[in-house]
Design a protein around this ligand. Structure first.
Ligand code: FPP
Ligand code: MG
Length: 336
């Protein structure tokens, strides 16, 4: 490991600062790897792919791959290739997701499908998905390929389940967790597990890595759904996307449960029929945020992050394990 990276990996006691230091040190290398593989995409897929990949992003998934692999003894540079593959997969799902959600913006910029059209963007996502799987299969390890392929399948399964329950306020807590486990957590799970597999970890450590990633992924999406109700000044993003898109997530469900029956019935009917006006959405977001329902909805993230800590305890002590532990705090407290 280079000396500057080693320094950033040393403990300072400030989780967010340490993690940001490692993110900014690793990002150039991860981005260079991503640029190299994006250049191999078919001509018309490159523009949407570059638009999304160069629009920022914290690169959490590749970072999970690097840290998990190194924590379990892998000094191999090809961890960056695996990291780039999971980031490319993630980017492919976002290209498709913005079409499904009719989202005009991604990371504060015009979405790829608005700029390049739906057909080109769907196919660019397909090409990125295939390229990422080719990268993983080039390692010649069927376990790696199976791990990532299953994550792709579970992601699609989660997204289908979410769409099946769009504008439906009867979604139970268990169903919600099942949906986000699929659409988000499986990819984080794979990001960690492939690091462990490349490290040649035994079954207990590889299982612990997978569980760590899964719990982190569930917590990540819980917080994501909570931040959707936070004021724009705190997150830098317009709020209320889930209300507009008809997604029944815990902040809304908790708020509905708190209302008198008649008021809840009216809100339910407006949400389910897609009849919420823009000013209703802002008023609702404010009521949900200021009423403490977003804060309440964040609480279960802590339970999943405790599960992540338990999984991490199986890893031998190392600076990378400490950083993975710090990622738990980052996920819980993040505002972006
Ligand atoms: C973001 O959720 C979306 C996902 C985490 C997964 C999207 C998955 C697919 C479209 C299916 C699989 C596609 C491929 C190429 C395998 P969100 O809409 O809640 O978050 P957002 O606010 O960031 O859009
Ligand atoms: Mg979306």
């Amino acid at each position: 490991m280079p000396e500057d990276v080693q320094h950033a990996y040393a403990k300072s006691g400030d989780a967010t600062r340490d993690l940001e230091a490692v993110i900014s040190l690793e990002q150039p290398r991860i981005n260079a790897e991503l640029r190299r593989h994006t250049a191999d995409l078919p001509e018309h897929a490159r523009a949407p792919a570059e638009h999304l990949l160069l629009s920022g992003g914290k690169r959490l998934r590749p970072l999970l791959t690097l840290l998990t692999g190194r924590a379990l003894g892998c000094g191999d540079e090809s961890l960056y290739t695996l990291g780039a593959a999971v980031e490319m997969l993630h980017a492919a799902t976002l290209l498709h997701d913005d079409i499904l959600d009719s989202a005009p913006l991604r990371r504060g910029r015009t979405s790829a499908h608005v700029l390049f059209g739906t057909v080109t963007t769907v196919l660019a996502g397909d090409a990125m998905l295939a390229k990422a799987l080719l990268l993983v299969s080039s390692f010649g390890d069927p376990k790696l390929t199976a791990c990532v392929s299953e994550a792709v399948m579970r992601t699609a399964e989660g997204e289908i389940a979410e769409f099946a329950r769009l504008r439906d306020t009867s979604v139970s807590r268990e169903e919600y967790v099942r949906i986000i486990t699929g659409k988000t957590a499986w990819m984080l799970r794979a990001s960690c597990e492939i690091g462990a597999l490349l490290a040649g970890a035994g079954q207990p450590a590889a299982r612990a890595a997978a569980l760590f990633g899964l719990e982190m992924g569930i917590a990540f999406q819980i917080v994501d759904d909570v931040l959707d109700y936070y004021p724009c000044e705190e997150t830098g993003k317009p709020r209320g996307g889930d209300l507009r898109e008809g997604k029944s997530t815990p902040p809304l469900l908790l708020y509905l449960a708190s209302l008198p029956a008649e008021q809840a019935g009216r809100l339910r009917a407006d949400f389910e029929s897609g009849n919420l006006a823009e000013e209703d959405i802002e008023t609702l977001c404010r009521a949900i945020y200021e009423g403490g329902y977003a804060g309440q909805a964040r609480e279960p993230a802590g339970i999943h992050l405790a599960g992540a800590a338990e999984a991490l305890a199986v890893f031998p002590p190392s600076p990378e394990r400490d950083l993975l532990d710090k990622m738990r705090f980052y996920i819980l407290t993040r505002t972006v």
